[in-house]
Design a protein around this ligand. Structure first.
Ligand code: 0GY
Length: 289
């Protein structure tokens, strides 16, 4: 592991907020273990090993029933650790893969059988070398035929340039971590409103109201991030997902207690009806239907 990165929390609290039965952690990762599933030689960071057993133990500890496991950049386009975790979990997990444009139809079919339902396009410059948009579009057209969707990860300053491409994608598009707003700027700032407007005019767009630990300036309990997530949950209740982001790669300043992250949920989804959509109905419709 890179020496300045923190390992995941060793003993998260049992959340005070009891999630409803059947809840889905819709953004989490498995890393390694490196001796079985080596990290990509092109990776920009080396995480701590975060194997499937630890993820499933955390799921149970926090009271969740299912996971959506997202391929992270440190594993490149080798989805072996992800597929292995999906095969172990069976119906309790679905996956989001990262694929190279020359992947075979057979390999896509095998991933589909294992539970992959989406590909991720990463535009975060500190995490990946840039991929030409035509390459992403070629992948998009192929995976659309499988009924998969696309998860995108970018930072707020890049949204304006990306919008025409994102709106041309042929599937549902899920935006990671609320498009990574600058929480110093406030919900009403044109930068966040650009993102809200995108969801308002285009029903293909969903978002994960996740990652307060990355977006917060104030730190735990992440009060400065709550208004952004709550605005999205209340405005687009049928197109929001929630996830822990365990094991929180690249965190340097603090490592969140995953139980404390769960305790943020009733602040961003204040009614039982909103919680039911955020934690169960929406992820089940997108990943398990
Ligand atoms: C996240 C966020 C990060 C990393 C990755 O693919 C990745 O490596 O997604 C990050 O550093 O912001 O969603 O896990």
């Amino acid at each position: 592991m890179d020496p300045d990165y923190l390992p995941f929390h060793p003993s998260p609290k049992v959340p005070d907020f009891k999630v409803p039965a059947g809840s889905v952690d819709a953004h989490c990762h498995v890393f390694g273990p490196a001796e079985t599933f080596p990290y990509s030689p092109k990776r920009k960071y080396t995480p701590c090993d975060a194997p499937k057993e630890k993820l499933f133990a955390l799921r149970d500890h926090l009271g969740f029933s299912r996971n959506v496991i997202v391929q992270a950049s440190c594993h490149g386009t080798d989805n072996a650790a992800l597929v292995d975790a999906l095969e172990t979990a069976g119906d309790l997990a679905r996956g989001v893969a990262v694929v190279s444009p020359d992947i075979s139809d057979d390999a896509l079919a095998r991933m589909d059988a294992a539970g992959v339902r989406a590909v991720r396009f990463n535009f975060v410059k500190r995490l990946v070398d840039a991929t030409p948009k035509e390459v992403f579009m070629g992948v998009a057209e192929r995976i659309a035929k499988l009924g998969w969707h696309i998860v995108v990860y970018f930072e707020a300053p890049d949204l304006e340039e990306l919008i025409p491409f994102l709106e041309s994608l042929p599937t549902t598009v899920v935006v990671d971590h609320m498009g990574r707003p600058d929480v110093n700027k406030g919900v009403d700032h044109p930068d966040f409103q650009r993102f809200v407007d995108l969801l308002a005019r285009n029903e293909n767009f969903w978002t994960k109201v996740s990652c307060p630990e990355r977006l917060s300036v104030a730190g735990p309990p992440y009060a400065d991030v709550v208004p952004f997530a709550r605005h999205l949950v209340e405005t687009f209740p049928d197109r929001v997902l929630w996830g822990t982001d365990w094991p929180h790669p690249n965190m340097k300043s603090h490592m969140p207690d995953d139980g404390q992250l769960v305790d943020v949920i009733p602040q961003i989804a204040p009614t039982e009806a909103l919680q039911q959509k955020l934690l169960i109905d929406n992820p089940m419709r997108l990943y398990w239907a």
